[in-house]
Write a protein that binds this ligand. Structure first.
Ligand code: GDD
Ligand code: MN
Length: 366
């Protein structure tokens, strides 16, 4: 067999979402920065609407180093990196933004650091010589807080675990990949927290550039995803975070139930049965709204789907309550002893039922 071309040593994974104007300048900048290195770039595009894929294809027509994964119905910087890395055979893999905010001239220095024995080289804004560019005080403060929170799940000191600019040995990436949460934006933190032992890290300073074209995708969803990532890293190996949220909403629902019951009895002066019915309805609606906003915020129902969801959720909870009652009735002794255990088992059973069934019916994945 004749070898027609060399396998790249370095794969630069670039997640892109509506970055049309940045594609060609980015490839040109990498080409200049990586002279003498056999490299490839793996764009991971989440179905951009602005012609980003055409811009990539235009360069790829004359440059086989340019590759792309087109994902449909998917979102997320972290999972984009994972899939991009897995689509390459290069022994070294980098993550870099597609909006020119990361300084590509750092790539050869990162590669040298890995050659010298590091497992991960991070483009760091928070070591001497690095910087966050033109961020305002709010964004800088948020980044600082997020970095501190991140330390909870990292068992090693990292100045900038939130950086989206880094290079990693393939073996190191592989050692983390089955443990990854791959939620949201912060893949580097996820990788470090998922490794069986702390990696050898080198942090190289760089200055975060100002975005010239297109816009940032940072929004409230990114913050929620970060909270989910931290929770998943902390307790996800014991219970799923989504279930914990569902259970917390349930506890709030019981509080809401009691408040409404009290008001219906004392203020409106309804009879107990009616008041209990009103309180149950209020609790179900309240739980539905909260679960829709938070627990299943990534599959949020709107418009008619919201109404349909409320109905199915109500029916599911009704069945859950009936199951709760019958299980508890079987468990409790005739003289009423064992009520506490019976009550608890019944309640936990309906909680698990409500969660399991509503996550496949009410908030099923589309
Ligand atoms: N495929 C894909 N899917 N790409 C995405 C998605 C997505 O859901 N969301 C964002 N991107 C791409 C953008 O097109 C861009 O190339 C890159 O990911 C970074 O997104 P920005 O929206 O520009 O992020 P930022 O500038 O606010 O955040 C940066 O700062 C963080 C450090 O605080 C990024 O560099 C992060 O990587 C970095 O961790
Ligand atoms: Mn950016």
């Amino acid at each position: 067999m004749t070898i027609v071309s060399q396998t790249p040593v370095l794969c630069v994974v670039v997640p892109v979402l509506n970055e049309h104007d940045n594609v060609a300048p980015l490839i040109a900048a990498m080409d200049a920065a990586l002279a003498g290195i056999v490299w490839e770039v793996m764009f991971v595009d989440d179905d951009s609407r602005d012609g980003t894929r055409n811009a990539i294809a235009a360069v790829a027509a004359n440059d086989p180093r340019v590759r792309m994964i087109h994902r449909i119905g998917r979102r997320g910087l972290a999972s984009a990196f994972v899939e991009g890395a897995q689509a390459s055979f290069a022994p070294y893999v980098a993550a870099m933004d597609g909006d020119l905010q990361h300084d590509e001239t750092l790539l050869p220095k990162m590669l040298a650091a890995l050659h010298d024995g590091a497992d991960i080289a991070i483009g760091s804004r928070y070591v001497a010589g690095g910087g966050i560019g033109d961020w305002d005080a709010t964004r800088a403060g948020m980044s600082d807080l997020a970095t501190r929170l991140g330390q909870i799940v990292l068992r090693t000191k990292v100045a900038d675990p939130m950086s989206g600019f880094f290079m990693i040995r393939r073996e190191t990436f592989n050692a983390s990949v089955r443990q990854l949460s791959a939620i949201g934006f912060k893949i580097l933190l996820d990788i470090i927290a998922s490794l069986p032992r702390p990696p050898r890290i080198v942090e190289l300073p760089f200055r975060f550039r100002t975005r010239q074209s297109g816009e940032s995708k940072l929004d409230a969803g990114v913050l929620r995803d970060y909270a989910l990532l931290l929770a998943d890293k902390l307790v996800g190996h014991i219970v799923p975070v989504r279930f914990l949220m569902f259970a917390s909403v349930g506890v709030l629902g019981i509080a809401a139930h009691m408040i409404v019951l009290l008001m219906a009895l004392k203020l409106v002066r309804l009879d107990f049965e009616t008041a209990q019915g009103v309180a149950t309805l209020a609790a179900i609606i309240g739980n539905f709204v909260l679960n829709n906003a938070f627990t299943f915020g990534d599959r949020r129902l709107r418009g008619w789907s919201f109404v349909r969801g409320l109905v199915t959720f109500g029916l599911i909870c009704g069945v859950g309550a009936a199951a709760n009652l019958s299980v508890a009735a079987v468990m409790v002794n005739d003289d009423g002893r064992g009520w506490a255990l019976a009550g608890l088992v019944g309640a936990v059973m309906s909680l698990v039922w409500n969660y399991a069934v509503s996550s496949v019916i009410t908030w099923r994945r589309r």
